[in-house]
Write a protein that binds this ligand. Structure first.
Ligand code: SF4
Ligand code: SF4
Ligand code: FES
Length: 230
């Protein structure tokens, strides 16, 4: 199988370049397995990965133009040459590794934890099964960044627009019956950029490797805001 892999080492390369590789693909091989084999051919190739199971969220890549996790992408589904680049819209540290600081600062900004004013319960915060069900499709996010880095609104305003991953998590806490900071959370998302830069282009939902729907979560926040704040 033929591959073209994005290479860039800021210490030695003036510009990024594409490196050609060839590999004997085994049946059932995933792109992550292939990258590990390519690294045996050229050990200077750098990429992130860890769990190999779609859990850690560290191997988001742009594969033939679409973001996905290397470990969940079977080679058999890919057209040749397989073109692998870093996810778009993020500064490249080296080769396929991008700087995720901006992404995680948006995540931290939405306060991804329960905020409760009542005195702490002696045992646990209770929820009915129905209330708990409302968090399905929200809590499973692995923060891989496939969605946010495929979102044109984020490319254009990476500092101001929170992006679909952070907004999905904002909704995860807005929808949680135990959280008591709804008004504060909505207020913090007000204005033309943080939430309303989303133009429902749907790239985010189309690429999420966990099958989540950030675009719908964003829409739900917008509806909540209109209902509760205006
Ligand atoms: S729906 Fe919104 S968040 Fe998703 S890709 Fe489009 S603009 Fe970005
Ligand atoms: S919503 Fe999906 S694509 Fe976005 S960060 Fe979470 S798991 Fe990744
Ligand atoms: S290596 Fe952990 S999600 Fe792919």
């Amino acid at each position: 199988m033929r591959f073209q892999i994005y290479r860039y080492d800021p210490e030695s390369d003036q510009d990024p370049w594409m490196q050609e590789f060839e590999l004997e693909a085994r049946p059932g091989m995933m792109l992550r397995d292939a990258l590990l084999k390519l690294k045996e051919q050229d050990e200077t190739l750098v990429f992130r990965h860890s769990c190999g199971e779609g859990v850690c969220g560290s191997d988001a890549l742009n594969i033939n133009g679409t973001n996905a996790l290397g470990c969940l992408t079977p080679l058999a589904t890919l057209k040749e040459p397989v073109v692998v680049r870093p996810v778009p819209g993020m500064p490249v540290i080296r080769d396929l590794v991008v700087d995720m600081d901006q992404f995680f600062s948006h995540y931290r900004a939405i306060k991804p934890y329960l905020i409760v004013d009542d005195p702490e319960p002696e045992v646990e915060y209770r929820q009915t099964p129905e209330e708990r069900e409302k968090l399905d499709g929200l809590y499973e996010c692995i923060l891989c960044g496939c969605c946010t880095t495929q979102c044109p609104s984020f490319w254009w305003n990476p500092e101001k627009y929170r992006g679909p991953a952070a907004l999905l998590q904002a909704y995860r806490f807005l929808a949680d019956s135990r959280d008591q900071a709804r008004a504060q959370r909505l207020e913090e998302l007000e204005g033309p950029f943080r939430l309303f830069r989303c133009h429902t282009i749907m790239n985010c939902t189309n690429v999420c490797p966990k099958g989540l729907n950030p675009a719908e979560a964003i829409n739900n926040i917008k509806k909540m805001m209109v209902k509760e704040m205006f």
